[in-house]
Design a protein around this ligand. Structure first.
Ligand SMILES: [Zn+2]
Length: 394
């Protein structure tokens, strides 16, 4: 497998600077194109699955994390609080508390449930500098997160549907190397003490995993509940979690969340926490490694490179470039060297559109694929339709 840090540098996707700091990468234009496409893809997937998107700030008062339980169970992974005007504010270590407050901001009837709130938002972890590297371990994380507020009897179906979304996304993204882990609490004191709650949530998640091969692991749960982790392996053979699905009885209790049931009384919802592709950073790191930089056509930073064979075909190539609106297209003219050299330089680009004198005269384009296959020249409109089709997921 390829190392995403080396490829990321080579392909100009992202970088770091000691003055910004360890674990704080920036995204270069081509990396940003991949990230933007991935974010739009996930938002579309969620929209079609009935999620509503929100935005919430990356800061919150210390009291918020005391209420959520992060302060007493998770503070060693959090940045120290900042004093502002006699208050302490904290860079958030997760999005859950903000979403619980959004749910609590108005009353809810059982008819509105399941209520699925999604956000692609920032969160921060004070990882030690020794473990930081590239995009896979960072201090500033952008998480594809969502919380489903539902009645207890809806939680298993919702968690199962989330797992289905993860599978669909992995198929579209070409992620193959994944295994499932049921993460349970360990013996140490970082988990909230409520044996009945753990057993109930754990049973529900086993239900969700019925028929799926998985391993159980103690000591890997969130402090507030067990979770299904979808595990991936990086180029160094290190395993990490990309996607998760969790069933949580604890935070609804802490935030005193409720909905009005069919009986007119107040009932406690369950929170299903789920992330389809995990953090954008880790997802892109994994995609770079999995594909060796040769992204699926719909995700590639540059989808087509247009190559006029000689100076005479440059105007024709420019005309074709203008017609490629909606695709990430680039022109590589003869000033960049021989045709063979230009083909080699764009070996990771899904399509190379070659225009020689014959093609220019006939308004056709000769496509080359990155596996070396050379197609016969086709009318340019046909080539364009083919490129646009390949530019969509799957
Ligand atoms: Zn959460």
């Amino acid at each position: 497998m390829h190392d995403h840090r080396r490829l990321g540098r080579e392909l100009g996707l992202f970088g770091t600077d000691p003055l910004i700091g360890a674990g704080l990468p920036y995204w270069l234009p081509e990396g940003a194109a991949v990230r933007h496409t991935l974010e739009e893809y996930v938002r579309g997937l969620e929209q079609r699955a009935g999620y509503q998107h929100v935005y919430s700030p990356v800061l919150g008062k210390r009291e918020l994390y005391e209420l959520s339980g992060h302060w007493s169970h998770y503070s060693e992974d959090m940045f120290p609080p900042m004093e502002v005007g006699g208050e302490q504010v904290v860079l958030r270590p997760s999005l859950c508390p903000h979403h619980a407050l959004i749910y609590r901001s108005r009353a809810h009837s059982y008819r509105e449930l399941p209520l699925r709130i999604a956000e692609l938002g920032g969160m921060y972890r004070s990882e030690l500098s020794g473990v930081l590297g590239g995009l896979s371990r960072v201090r500033a994380i952008h998480l594809n997160d969502a919380h489903i507020f539902c009645a207890p009897e809806q939680a298993v179906d919702e968690a199962r549907a989330a797992l289905e979304l993860i599978r669909a996304a992995y198929a579209d993204l070409g992620i193959r190397s994944a295994r499932y882990r049921l993460s349970l609490p360990g013996a140490d004191g970082k988990y909230v003490a409520d044996p009945r709650m753990w057993a109930r949530a754990g049973d529900m998640l086993s239900d969700v995993l019925a028929g799926v091969p998985y391993e159980s692991a103690e000591g890997e749960a969130a402090f507030y509940g067990p979770k299904i982790d979808v595990q991936i392996t990086d180029s160094a053979g290190r395993e990490s979690t990309l996607s998760t699905v969790q069933i949580d009885f604890y935070q609804p209790e802490r935030f005193d969340l409720h909905y009005i049931g069919p009986d007119g009384g107040k009932h406690r919802p369950v929170m299903v926490h789920r992330s389809i592709i995990g953090s954008i950073e880790r997802a892109v790191a994994h995609l770079i490694e999995e594909h060796g930089g040769a992204f699926p056509a719909w995700l590639a930073p540059v989808q087509v490179v247009i190559m006029p064979v000689s100076e005479a075909e440059v105007p024709e190539a420019q005309r074709f470039l203008r017609r490629c609106a909606g695709l990430r297209a680039e022109l590589a003219g003869p000033e960049r060297g021989s045709l063979a050299a230009r083909v080699r330089a764009s070996r990771l680009v899904p399509f190379q559109a070659v225009i020689g004198s014959r093609e220019a005269a006939e308004d056709s384009v000769a496509l080359r694929l990155r596996d070396g296959e050379r197609l016969d020249p086709l009318p340019s409109a046909e080539v364009l339709a083919r490129l646009l089709e390949a530019g969509k997921p799957r």
